[in-house]
Design a protein around this ligand. Structure first.
Ligand code: B12
Ligand code: SF4
Length: 450
C-alpha cells in the first residue's frame, strides 16, 4: 500500500530536517509499504502542483505532521486534499494533535484520524487497517465515530527498544535541501540526529504530549553506527544532536564519546543540554570527541523564577557550565526567557546580569508562550480562551503587554550583540563559514531589533 507523508510549509528562519516524518517513512518502508514525502518546508508546491502530484501518486493514506505553529498551513493542506480527493483518508500526528486530539478532530473536519504519541507503529497499523475499516483496533488514534462523536482508542505503548528502529529516511527528508543558518554549521552540512525520547524533567513550559517523562535512548553503539552509515551516504561535515538534553545520561554520553574516538568518526559536533546534566570531566571528554559548540538552556538568572519553572537547577549550575565551556574554548549559545511565572522587573534584571556574567558567544531571548502538552498549558486553559489558528502560542503572562516583553527580549539581545564578545562571535562565525549569504538577513534582524 502507498502512503504520502507531508511536512507543511513554514516561514521559520531556522529550518531543520523533520526527523519524525523521516522515521515514519522508514518504518512504513520496512513493513513493505511504498512511501513518499513531500517536504513543503524546503520545496513548496503551488495548489495546482500539489493536486497533480497527489493525483499521480494516488496514495492510500495521507499523513501530515502537525506543529502548533503551523496550524493554518496544516488545516489548509487537509481541507484542500479532502476537497480534491474526498475518498483519501487523512491522518495527522505530532505534538499538537497528541495534546489536543478531540479539539483537532472537531476543529478540522477534513481530518479523518489523529495519531496520538509515537507514530512508527501506529501509522503502519492504521494503513493496514484501512481496507477492512478496522481502525478501531489500532491503538493510539482518534477518529469520528457514529454521529460524529470523537472516539479515542487505547493509548499506544512506547517502543521498548529504540535500537530496533530503522534509520530515519534522510534520503527523502534530505539535509542538503536545508539552508544552514547561523549560528550553526561552522563546518558545513550537519547530520541532524535525535538519540533520546522522553525526559523525566518537570519544566512547566515543556510539551510532553508525545514522549512523556520516560527516558528512552539509542545505545551508544547504535548512535555511532548511524553516524557512520550516513557519513558514507551524505556529504555531512558535522553532527547536530538535537535531543532536548543530549547529556541527560552522563554515563551514556561518555560511552558515545569513547566510541566516536575509537571509531575515528572525525566529525565535529554540537548538542543542546541542561546546565546541570554536565560535569567538567564530561565536557573535556566531549571536546576530545569532537564537540565544538554547546547550546544551553539558561532561561532565567533569578532563583525564584527557576524554581517557579521547576527547572531543577540553580544559578550555580549555570555559572559552572559556562565557566567549563569557556575554559575548553567551546562556542556557547544560551537561551533566555521573559514573561515567566512570578517574574518581576527585578528578576529580569537578574537575567540580564547573569547574561553578562556567563558571557555566552551567542544567545537568544524569547517570550514564554504556552504550548499544548505542557503543564503551563493545562493551567492556562482553565482561565483563558485560546485559538491556534493564528499559528502562535499565547503568551503565558496575560497580565503583561506582549510588546513590552518583546522589547525586553530585544534589549537582552542588543546588549549582547553590540558588546565586544557578541560582535566578535558573529564576525568569527562569518569568517569561519564564509556564510555571507546570511549577512543581509543578519542586518535586517539587527534593524528590526533597533
Ligand atoms: C528539533 C526541534 C525543533 C527544530 C526543528 C523541528 C523539526 N523540523 O522537526 C526547530 C529548531 C526548527 C524547532 C522549532 C520550534 N519548536 Co521545536 N522541537 C524540536 C525537538 C527538540 C525535536 C523534534 C524531533 O525531531 N523529535 C523526534 C521525532 C522522532 O519525534 P516527533 O517529531 O515528535 O515525531 C514523532 C511523533 O510526534 C509522531 N508524528 C509526528 N508527525 C506525525 C505525522 C503522522 C501522520 C503520524 C501518524 C505521526 C506523527 O510520530 C513521530 C515518530 O514517533 C522537539 C522536542 C522533542 N524531543 O521531540 C521540539 C518541539 C517539537 N518544539 C517545540 C516548539 C514549541 C518549537 C517552537 C515553537 C519554538 C519557538 N519558540 O520558536 C518552534 C516552532 C517552529 C515551527 N514554526 O514549526 C515543542 C512543540 C510543542 C507543540 N505543541 O507543538 C517541542 C515538542 C518542544 C517541547 N517539548 O515543548 N523545533
Ligand atoms: S525543557 Fe528539557 S529538561 Fe525540561 S522537561 Fe523539557 S526536555 Fe526535560
Amino acid at each position: 500500500m502507498k502512503t504520502l507523508l507531508i511536512i507543511p510549509p513554514s516561514n521559520s528562519d531556522s529550518p531543520l530536517p523533520t526527523l519524525g516524518v523521516a522515521y515514519l517513512a522508514s518504518s512504513l518502508q520496512r513493513a513493505g509499504h511504498e512511501t513518499r514525502i513531500f517536504d513543503l518546508w524546503t520545496e513548496p508546491l503551488s495548489d495546482q502542483q500539489l493536486l497533480e502530484k497527489i493525483g499521480e501518486y494516488q496514495p492510500d493514506l495521507v499523513g501530515i505532521t502537525f506543529f502548533t505553529r503551523r496550524y493554518s498551513a496544516t488545516k489548509k493542506l487537509a481541507d484542500d486534499i479532502k476537497g480534491w480527493f474526498p475518498d483519501k483518508k487523512i491522518v495527522v500526528g505530532g505534538y499538537h494533535p497528541s495534546a489536543l486530539p478531540r479539539e483537532t478532530l472537531s476543529e478540522i473536519q477534513s481530518i479523518d484520524f489523529v495519531a496520538i504519541g509515537e507514530g512508527e507503529e501506529t501509522i503502519v497499523e492504521l494503513l493496514e487497517s484501512l481496507p477492512d475499516k478496522e481502525w478501531d483496533r489500532v491503538h493510539g488514534i482518534g477518529y469520528r465515530g457514529e454521529g460524529g462523536a470523537v472516539v479515542l482508542t487505547p493509548p499506544r505503548k512506547f517502543i521498548k527498544d529504540l535500537d530496533g528502529l530503522a534509520y530515519p529516511d534522510l534520503l527523502q527528508v534530505d539535509p542538503r535541501k536545508y539552508r544552514i543558518h547561523p549560528p550553526y554549521g561552522w563546518f558545513g552540512l550537519p547530520l541532524t540526529m535525535i538519540t533520546t525520547r522522553g525526559c523525566p524533567g518537570k519544566c512547566t513550559f515543556c510539551s510532553k504530549s508525545v514522549f512523556k517523562r520516560t527516558l528512552r535512548s539509542l545505545s551508544p553503539r547504535k548512535v555511532v553506527d548511524e553516524i557512520l552509515y550516513w557519513k558514507e551516504r551524505l556529504p555531512v561535515k558535522e553532527i547536530r544532536f538535537y535531543d532536548d538534553d543530549f547529556t541527560i545520561s552522563q554515563k551514556r554520553t561518555f560511552e558515545i564519546c569513547d566510541l566516536l574516538i575509537e571509531e575515528k568518526v572525525n566529525l565535529p559536533w554540537t548538542c543542546t543540554t541542561r546546565v546541570d546534566f554536565l560535569s567538567r570531566d564530561l565536557m573535556v571528554r566531549m571536546k576530545e570527541a569532537g564537540l565544538y559548540f554547546i547550546t544551553l538552556g539558561v532561561e532565567s538568572g533569578s532563583p525564584k523564577v527557576l524554581k517557579a519553572l521547576q527547572k531543577g537547577y540553580t544559578v550555580r549550575h549555570i555559572r559552572d557550565a559556562f565557566s567549563w565551556a569557556h575554559q575548553l574554548d567551546l562556542v556557547t549559545f544560551a537561551f533566555f526567557m521573559v514573561g515567566c511565572p512570578e517574574e518581576t522587573e527585578a528578576d529580569v534584571a537578574l537575567t540580564m546580569a547573569i547574561q553578562k556574567e556567563i558571557k555566552p558567544d551567542f544567545l537568544n531571548w524569547g517570550v514564554l508562550r504556552v504550548v499544548p502538552g505542557s503543564q503551563l498549558f493545562e493551567e492556562f486553559k482553565r482561565d483563558h480562551a485560546y485559538d491556534f489558528s493564528c499559528d502562535q502560542n499565547p503568551i503565558y503572562r496575560q497580565d503583561l503587554d506582549e510588546k513590552y516583553l518583546c522589547k525586553l527580549c530585544k534589549k537582552g539581545m542588543l546588549t549582547h550583540y553590540t558588546s565586544p564578545r557578541g560582535a566578535r562571535a558573529v564576525l568569527k562565525y562569518f569568517y569561519k563559514t564564509k556564510n555571507f549569504g546570511v549577512i543581509a538577513n543578519g542586518l535586517q534582524w539587527i534593524k528590526e531589533l533597533i
